[in-house]
Design a protein around this ligand. Sequence first.
Ligand SMILES: [Mn+2]
Length: 375
Amino acid sequence: MPEDATPQSQHGPEARYAVEAEAALPQTKYEQEIAWRLEVGLPAADSVVDRSIPTFSRGELPHFAGINTFLKQHFLEDVRQCGNYDVAIVGAPFDGGTTYRAGARFGPQGIRKISALYGSYSFELGVDLRESITMCDLGDIFTIPGNIEKTFDQVSRAVGHVFASGAFPVVLGGDHSLGYPTTRAIAEHLGGGNLGIIHFDRHVDTQDTDLDERMHTTPWFHATNLPNVPAKNLVQIGIGGWQAPRAGVKVSRERGTTIMTVTDCVEMGIEKAAERALEVAWDGADAVWLSFDIDCLDAAFVPGTGWPEPGGFLPREVLKFIHLIAAEGFAGMEVVECAPPYDNAEITSLMACRVICDTLGCLVRAGHLPKAGAA
Ligand SMILES: [Mn+2]
């Protein structure tokens, strides 16, 4: 037996951490949930041996049953109450900004549906969201199909409402035109402080207009026109391929955004790349927004998206990236361009859900959630 052998030494370092972390997690909220299930769902039929099972499915189980809010969290009908929660999920079902194939208006539905597969516990992170934070699902923003500008105003108002309430906003897109109204909303609420943006994408999305409108190829042109969203704090990760229009690249160059290709990230190593991303996004900034376009992953993993592009990241690369950058915290996040009509076996929605769950788990692990002062 090696000298440093411990009872857990059969595990690798990450697994050892994970196995030990699980022992330290409470299960108070889980027990409360079981009591609540039995109260509101009624005790099960006499033949059911496991007496924690109710008659009517309430809460997490069975995973295939129930009404699909995100992670089966509480549907908050009265949005005025969202400040009572650490995290507020909000759908932005809009694909009027797409320039090739539409379908991201069904992104929130798709992500919510597959989220039923997830529990609240992550093995590697050693986090149980149910025990650590409170979450609600606000349902969807009332977007206006066919009217980008009115939709922008609705989205900014909604995201501003959530952010001002103190809840951490998680926006389920929707296409990437939403990046402008979401960051505009956060920027308005920073009291003049600067907002940085960490942007995962295969596409720069920095051109002025596309097809004569502010489409999903344009959010960062308009966001970085805002006085407190400097282009120098915009870091664009995963850009490459045959779909990053030259018009946008020109703007990125002129404004001095920071672009990191997949090869850049892989060759310098994800740790170094994440460090660089944090340096850029946080340089003089008060807060950082995470804008995650699902198409930053290789097209093989995300068929359900508007502009799939081969040569993107592997899932484990972006997940590791997120683990590292979440250490500094975010003002909120969006996952965009998930288009379920083109998906296969829900894998794109599954990935979108995974990105959100990992981000929340990492924010908990780093002490950014629950929000300060919350129980
Ligand atoms: Mn994209």
